[in-house]
Ligand binder design. Structure first.
Ligand code: 5GP
Length: 181
């Protein structure tokens, strides 16, 4: 088994997603002219985005963007590449980037720069998880679900070598060299 322990159980995740949705509704939905687009960062954010969208009262369109990931490992290369771009125009619209986790911060920084070029009316970010101890650039998402310690986590959309995305909770990965299976 590659799981060391459960860090955030499913019911706590669901509760926090609802709280985040209320906060986003309050910040964005009150403006009548809101034209909200949730931009999910593939692939780790797709489950979080699906739950967030359903918890929001504010109507939102959905688009996705994909960035190069860690491959099969657990360390960021620091080399961020957009591998799949937005499909719809976001010019003049209210965009929220939906990220699974902010680790070094390099991905979020690169995405804000990349998406900002398309001239949205507003550009904010919502990350399910954050590892503040690992930050290389001083950046925070506008909304963060949970701050977690420096450990590699899986589940609720997050993978290790494409495994474990379907787990309903966030768990800490057992160090690969210590894995017995
Ligand atoms: P950053 O650019 O902030 O270092 O890394 C962001 C990306 O790295 C995340 O979107 C995610 O894909 C990946 N990542 C960072 N930490 C973890 C982790 O603990 N588990 C998993 N599965 N992916 C992570």
């Amino acid at each position: 088994m590659e799981i060391e322990r459960i860090l955030i159980p499913s019911d706590r995740l669901q509760e926090r997603v609802k709280e985040l949705a209320r906060e986003i509704d309050a910040a964005i939905g009150e403006s009548r002219e809101t034209d909200l687009v949730l931009v999910g960062v593939l692939r780790g954010a797709f489950i979080f985005l699906a739950d967030l969208l359903r918890a929001l009262d504010t109507p939102a369109a959905v688009d996705f963007i994909a960035v190069s990931s860690y491959g099969g490992g657990t360390q960021s290369s620091g080399d961020i590449r957009i591998t799949q771009d937005l499909t719809a125009s976001i010019r003049g619209r209210d965009v929220i980037l939906v990220e699974d986790i902010v680790d070094s911060g390099l991905t979020l920084q690169a995405l804000i720069q990349h998406v900002g070029v398309h001239r949205p009316r507003s550009l904010r970010s919502c990350a399910l998880l954050s590892k503040p101890d690992r930050r290389v650039v001083a950046i925070e998402a506008d909304w963060t679900g949970f701050e977690i310690p420096d450990a590699f986590v899986i589940g609720y959309g997050l993978d290790y070598a494409e495994r474990h995305r379907g787990l309903p909770y966030i768990a800490i990965l057992r160090a690969p060299e210590a894995s017995l299976d």
